[in-house]
Ligand binder design. Structure first.
Ligand SMILES: [Zn+2]
Ligand SMILES: [Zn+2]
Length: 247
């Protein structure tokens, strides 16, 4: 390499480090690299995976001693269309912050971190059973264009690579643009979600076993409506995996 090219290379490396400093983007106080999703070891150590006991249907962790399988009161009252939902962690602290910034502030550098949290928990559980497809919860095409990406699809792609189960984004569409859900009550959310999703005409899911993936599960209204659309199109089984569980 000539001196000029060498200087140029050094200058470029310095420039890239300036644009993408190798610093944890959560605490800004420890080293972290792109493959880590720019989350350092100290912040990673705050991640707490959900461990039993949790609700068999919705994955809601139960604080206390329980030795027998149980279903929470929410699930007793609801008509659920997925067989079970599991989340890797509770939506708190570092994971909650990373999800919010990943989703709403275009902080795409957190993708590897969030995918890692999901893949570590979901892969062993999913590989215990046969599945045909991994389907991300879709965004309406208008919202997809506005945001530029579907955060659930980015995360689902990592899970598809880790499990070798094919990713399929063609099975499920978001057909109604729903208002932002955060200010609505649980019943309003569920009503809002009904008919929000559809399986395209001509697609049959007869006998298919599907894993639905999203970033967060809060009331379950979104995942339940998605699962309902796929079950109505013939899917034999729909289970849900999300990075985090909102409480
Ligand atoms: Zn950190
Ligand atoms: Zn439950």
């Amino acid at each position: 390499m000539t001196a000029v090219a060498g200087n140029l290379q050094n200058w470029l490396n310095t420039g890239l480090k300036f644009l993408y400093p190798e610093v944890c983007q959560l605490c800004k106080a420890e080293p972290a690299t792109a493959p880590d999703g720019f989350v350092g070891r100290k912040c990673w150590s705050q991640v707490r995976f959900i461990r039993p006991p949790f609700c068999e249907r919705c994955g809601l962790p139960y604080a206390g001693e329980l030795t027998t399988p149980f279903v929470c009161t929410n699930c007793h009252e609801l008509e659920l269309h997925f067989t079970s939902a599991r989340s890797a962690v509770v939506a708190r602290t570092v994971v909650l912050e990373a999800i919010h910034r990943f989703k709403y502030s275009r902080a795409l550098w957190f993708e590897n971190f969030l995918a890692d949290v999901l893949v570590r928990e979901a892969t062993p559980a999913m590989c215990a059973q046969p599945w045909h497809f991994i389907v991300p919860v879709p965004l309406h095409s208008f919202k997809r264009r506005e945001r530029g990406y579907n955060q659930a699809a980015l995360l689902a792609a990592h899970l598809a690579r880790a499990t070798k189960i094919p990713l399929n984004e063609k099975i499920l569409r978001r057909v109604n643009l729903t208002a932002t859900q955060t200010l609505l009550t649980r019943d309003q959310r569920a009503a809002n979600m009904r008919r929000a999703f559809a399986v395209p005409a001509g697609v049959t899911l007869a006998g298919k076993r599907i894993v639905l993936v999203d970033d967060v599960l809060t009331t379950g209204a979104t995942t339940n409506a998605s699962a309902q659309a796929m079950r109505q199109a013939g899917a034999a089984d729909v289970c849900v995996w999300t990075v985090a569980r909102g409480l």
